[in-house]
Design a protein around this ligand. Structure first.
Ligand code: 5GP
Ligand code: MN
Length: 349
């Protein structure tokens, strides 16, 4: 038996939207990760089995190849490639599900269409501070992933039987990727009860791990070597590590989306490092990824210095300016807010 976390009233309201709606759009955040794609496609499969024929997943931009094995991934509509079609889908939707994000700005240019739409909107998410743009907000930050939330939501509607193997694979992939393959944020026993149920649906969890984590290119491995050998700066006084990569460096290794996935986690394997930051120059902005172990709230760091956010141990942000400036901001930030002195600072936040 899984604890009832989601309020009954929210379940019933969202269920009614599902029963009554004909046309559904599922949207998720920019630079979609495994949980974003896994939860979106998990919901897509559920709604399809339920009998809904008009269900589209719309994402702001493309996602890594290692999530494209998920059933339904090839039909995901990418706004950057098909802006007019994406807009039309959102305009015509009866119900919009907002998965794995807590505020409109996380979906970039899709935000204005989603906010303006007359559709019923349901947020299912696990980030702190959900903003009020949805009719139903199902958001619990203590949950390890949105995919876990989706599983709970479907079960609470009494429709566990409508989760098919394809949907179960997507939900498992989301739960696995948002917990670093169950190495962080994953101490709750019920996670494993849910995994047991997904295995009963016929998923091969070991194969899913291989499809996500063991399909990289030779170039990516060489870039990882370069990043660790040449670019990693360890600041032992502050228990911190930084890796930054410029566009030129990325191009040298023929970077494709997803190639730097996991880089930010690597320095945390150094004894004593509890805060790791990876700064990557992108074509239109600089992307910052932050990870911590223990109590250091890297989401507050992301918010304070880069206007971003996320979870206590995994967060991100963006910077619009040169890479060197982003690095300087990080270095200056570290002087005032670091794993040695955060308790004093966060007391006032
Ligand atoms: P990643 O480092 O994998 O891109 O992001 C880790 C987590 O940080 C994401 O799951 C998300 O919760 C959060 N995050 C990443 N980028 C941003 C951002 O630009 N703004 C906010 N508010 N959160 C972000
Ligand atoms: Mn997530």
């Amino acid at each position: 038996m899984i604890t009832k976390i989601i309020q009954e009233e929210k379940i019933q309201k969202a269920k009614k939207y599902i029963e009554r709606g004909d046309t559904f759009v599922i949207v998720t955040h920019m630079t979609p990760d495994g949980d974003a794609i896994g939860s979106s496609l998990g919901l897509f499969h559920f709604l399809s089995v339920y009998g809904k024929d008009n269900v589209s997943v719309v994402v702001p931009n493309d996602f890594p190849k290692f999530y494209k094995w998920m059933s339904g991934a090839k039909d995901v509509v990418i706004y950057e490639k098909y802006p007019d079609f994406s807009e039309q889908l959102i305009r015509e939707a009866d119900v919009i599900f907002c998965l794995d994000f807590n505020e409109p700005k996380r979906i970039g240019k899709l935000a204005s269409f989603v906010v303006a739409s007359d559709a019923k909107k349901v947020m299912i998410d696990h980030h702190l501070n959900p903003s009020e743009f949805c009719d139903v907000v199902i958001s619990y930050s203590e949950m390890s992933s949105t995919s876990e939330m989706l599983f709970r939501f479907i079960c609470r509607m009494g429709m566990f039987d409508l989760i098919n193997k394809e949907g179960a694979e997507c939900l498992y992939a989301g739960m696995m990727t948002d917990t670093g393959s169950f190495t962080y944020n994953s101490n709750k026993a019920e996670i494993y009860t849910i995994i047991g149920e997904l295995i009963k649906k016929g998923i091969d969890k070991d194969e899913i791990y291989r499809r996500v984590s063991q399909v990289y290119s030779e170039n990516r491995l060489r870039m990882m070597g370069y990043a660790l050998y040449e670019k990693m700066k360890v600041n032992s006084e502050h228990h911190t590590a930084l890796i930054s990569l410029s566009l030129d460096e990325l191009n040298h290794f023929h970077y494709v989306t997803g190639d730097t996935e996991g880089f930010v986690n690597m320095p945390l394997s150094i004894e004593g490092v509890t805060f790791s930051v990876f700064i990557r120059q992108d074509t239109d902005c600089v992307k910052i990824s932050l990870r911590s172990v223990g109590d250091f709230p890297c989401n507050l760091f992301a918010n304070r210095y880069f206007g971003g956010g996320g979870h206590k141990n995994a967060s991100g942000g963006e910077y619009y300016g040169p890479l060197e400036e982003a690095v300087s901001i990080f270095e200056r930030g570290l002087m005032e807010f670091n794993p040695n002195n955060f308790e004093e600072i966060t007391k006032h936040e």
